[in-house]
Design a protein around this ligand. Structure first.
Ligand code: PLP
Length: 385
């Protein structure tokens, strides 16, 4: 039994990642692992070659703490090209060890203890702990059944104590892509309460429907929005750990300091490779990425429905939240274990995405960032349930 008086209180509410636990159970039973969100297919040749070249060229030492000049130039160009955003590479960009570190560095830089941080739920599992790490109070706001914004609930959650809101679009786990109208609602509340918006846009190019709109492009939002993204999902390199932050210069100054003390910098040769990919991959790469994911989505959505799950068709990202009420009365964690052991497919129990676990009791999350043959095999197994 561990003695909690010997560890910091801030860690006591953190639980072990359910996703890692499901991966362990999956391996134990030889299941197809659709729990964790990492691709099982190769990254583009170009980015792999560029990484090898960078190492051969001895780009092995610390890069500039906030990102190599080449990568920051490429990132500034990306935001100009895709979103018509004018980003200053010297004063408004920070390169981090993934979007994960980006979020932590931003919160530590911009949020004070006892500030409130609004988090839409269901949520990506890191946001709550990030708020707790900086001593802030997370205020959870449920979204609608399809992951859309509940404007009344959000309005009720904002107050003079609100320092920031975290918004993830396209969304993990709901697959919702926030519309301009929804973003306008968020923007109006941020302006009214002088709050900051932290937007996690890591799935910006994995889109099947609608349009990805960075919140920063809305009127009056550039100066109060911190835009997070990265290369884990866009270039299928989740293990490389390269993320990006776009923020007004005043925020960036503070963010660069927390980032420096947390990690010093992201891997130098991999920054070079990500820059090469941004510079050289044209629109057809991004179109193909989305088209391939659409095919994977369609296979899994159809298979899940045929097997008796109820689910929405995700508009973006690569997850499906599925209701298993018609298949089982078990609570989500037990169902997930049963599905892994007896069905041969591993998922994440829905309760891990909610502040109140009861809201996820009938849900499991499937990830479809896997090859078609693997997804087809999973569907065949689900068909026998
Ligand atoms: N944000 C969201 C919403 C995610 O789903 C994930 C990974 O699953 C991340 C951030 C992590 O991104 P990174 O690999 O850049 O740390």
């Amino acid at each position: 039994m561990s003695d909690s008086s010997r560890t910091a209180r801030r860690t006591h509410s953190f639980t072990e990642s359910v996703i890692r636990e499901m991966t362990r159970v999956s391996n134990q039973h030889g299941a197809i692992n659709l729990s964790q969100g990492f691709p099982n297919f190769a990254a583009p040749e170009l980015i792999k070659e560029a990484a090898c070249e960078a190492i051969r060229a001895d780009i092995n030492q610390y890069a500039v703490t906030w990102g190599s000049p080449r990568l920051r130039e490429a990132i500034a160009n990306k935001y100009g090209r895709f979103y018509d955003m004018d980003v200053d590479r010297d004063r408004e960009i920070t390169v981090t060890c993934g979007a994960t570190e980006a979020m932590a560095a931003i919160m530590l830089a911009l949020v004070d203890p006892d500030d409130e941080v609004v988090i839409l739920e269901p949520f990506y599992e890191n946001y709550g702990p990030d708020a707790i790490l900086c001593g802030a109070r997370p205020v959870f706001v449920p979204t609608l059944h399809d992951g859309g914004l509940d404007a009344d609930a959000l309005t009720a959650a904002f107050s003079a104590r609100t320092r920031a809101i975290i918004l993830n679009t396209p969304n993990n786990p709901t697959g919702h892509v926030f519309t301009r109208q929804e973003l306008e609602t968020v923007a109006a509340l941020c302006r009214e309460h002088d709050a900051i918006a932290l937007t996690d846009e890591i799935y910006e190019y994995i889109l099947y429907q609608g349009e990805h709109i960075p919140l920063a492009t809305l009127d009056g939002m550039r100066e109060r929005t911190v835009t997070v993204s990265g290369f884990s999902k866009t270039f299928s390199v989740t293990g490389w750990r390269v993320g990006t932050i776009i923020a007004p210069a005043e925020f960036t100054d503070a963010i660069r300091k927390t980032h420096d003390f947390l990690t010093v910098g992201a891997p130098a040769p991999l920054q070079d490779a990500c820059a090469a990919a941004l510079e050289q991959l044209d629109q057809s790469y991004y179109d193909q990425l989305a088209a391939d994911y659409r095919e994977r989505r369609d296979v899994l959505v159809e298979g899940l429905r045929a097997a008796g799950f109820r689910c929405n068709n995700p508009q973006g990202a690569y997850y499906i939240m599925a209701d298993f009420s018609e298949l089982s009365e078990l609570p989500d964690s037990e169902f997930a274990i049963w599905l892994t052991r007896d069905g041969g497919v591993a998922t994440v129990p829905g309760s891990s995405f909610f502040s109140d676990p009861r809201h996820g009791r009938r849900l499991v999350r499937f990830a479809f960032c896997k090859t078609l043959p693997m997804l087809e095999q999973a569907v065949a197994r689900l068909a026998t349930l």
